[in-house]
Design a protein around this ligand. Structure first.
Ligand code: DC
Length: 233
């Protein structure tokens, strides 16, 4: 279907637990593009900070996090079993450790540190240089790639989002409560939207996708129509 050789950049931004990664990954697989989950990068920094004493009892020591940044080498390596890339820090596979509630509870303050964003945004821009990427995050269409040809802003009912994240964590065997997840989803929305640097907001030229009551197949159908419109110019 997609024979056009012109590769574009697709930015997928939106609230937490909207299914951005699932959607972005499916798009990338269909188009043969590279999928980059930028939330995983902020989570990896947070995990590293937790493991190296820069976050204690949930309190983030900004200076200590910034001091650790130079020691961290983050990279993605494609995992054919998952059909997506796994994230590594200093050569260690951390993919399985970055989606715990402990990391989720500390990732917003870490992601609001200017130097953290500076380092990760520069890496993201370098990864998109060859184009043909689908990148999901909070500031992709506004800051990382303001000229992306297709920008999608995803949203869904907070209750639906909390239930999805709850099901995901329970399936992994995590002992969490729905109330705890709901509180985390709402507080991260608030923190992401109100932080001083690169707050979560819809780019003016982004198209909104509310997937509260949509299956992945329906979202993909919606996407194909938008993609065709962009490629037709
Ligand atoms: O997409 P996620 O829930 O895994 O992202 C984790 C956190 O990282 C999220 O609460 C906000 C932050 N984040 C960000 O500030 N900018 C991005 N581009 C991606 C994520």
């Amino acid at each position: 279907m997609y024979t056009d050789k012109r590769k574009i950049i697709i930015a997928v931004d939106g609230f937490s637990s909207c299914g951005k990664s699932t959607f972005a990954k499916a798009i990338a697989a269909e188009l043969g593009y590279i999928f980059i989950d930028t939330g995983a990068m902020y989570r990896a920094v947070t995990l590293y900070a937790l493991e190296h004493g820069a976050i204690r009892s949930g309190i983030v020591d900004e200076e200590a996090v910034v001091a650790l940044l130079g020691d961290m080498d983050i990279d993605f390596r494609f995992n054919p079993e998952r059909g997506a890339s796994d994230i590594y820090v200093n050569g260690d596979l951390v993919e399985g450790k970055i989606r715990t509630i402990e990391v989720s509870n500390c990732v917003s303050p870490v992601s609001s540190i200017r130097q953290v964003r500076g380092k990760l945004v520069a890496m993201q821009q370098a990864m998109g240089r060859k184009r043909g990427v689908v990148m999901d995050g909070r500031d992709i269409g506004t800051v990382v790639f303001p000229d992306a040809e297709l920008k999608i802003f995803m949203t869904a009912d907070p209750k639906v989002r909390a239930q999805r994240r709850y099901d995901e964590l329970r399936a992994k065997g995590d002992d969490v409560s729905l109330e705890e997840i709901e509180a985390n989803v709402l507080s991260r929305d608030r923190a992401d939207m109100t932080r001083a640097i690169s707050p979560l907001r819809q780019a003016e030229d982004a198209i909104v996708l509310d997937n509260s009551h949509m299956t992945v197949a329906e979202q993909m159908q919606w996407f194909r129509e938008r993609f065709d419109e962009v490629m037709r110019g």
